[in-house]
Design a protein. Structure first.
Length: 133
């Protein structure tokens, strides 16, 4: 078998450090030792903003239940017909609830960060679906 030639030259940390000091393209490590702790302190002292959903849990659960019903209504369809009908149904659901898709999706992303809260909302949606039967 033929050996595959090495395309890249051997690399070492010493060569890299020497090259950066000679060219001045990257900061030297002593400078980084001064800046890094300051950056760590700066970013660790900032308070994390806790996002809260715009919609109430009840409203989110009702929207989830209605979307589930819309999805069930298109069970026998496939392809373009199903996609088109789902878009119409989703638009109707959001119009009925007076919510836009972006707000709903943003709230779902917020809920996804707290799985216990998300589980509560999904259980509430399931209960709403059982009531409609």
């Amino acid at each position: 078998m033929k050996e595959i030639p090495k395309l890249l030259p051997a690399f070492s940390l010493k060569k890299f450090c020497d090259l950066t000091r000679q060219t001045g393209l990257l900061p030297t490590f002593p400078l980084m030792n001064r800046i890094l702790p300051l950056l760590l302190i700066f970013f660790s002292c900032q308070q994390k903003q806790v996002e809260t959903p715009v919609l109430s849990d009840e409203k989110l659960a009702r929207i989830m239940a209605d979307i589930s019903i819309a999805d069930a209504a298109t069970t026998g369809l496939s392809g373009y017909a199903k996609d088109s009908l789902m878009q119409v149904y989703f638009k109707q659901v959001f119009d009925i609830h007076g919510v836009d898709l972006e707000t709903y999706e943003k709230d779902l992303r917020i809920l996804a960060k707290n799985l216990d809260h998300m589980e509560q909302v999904v259980k509430l949606a399931d209960e709403l679906l059982l009531e409609k039967k």
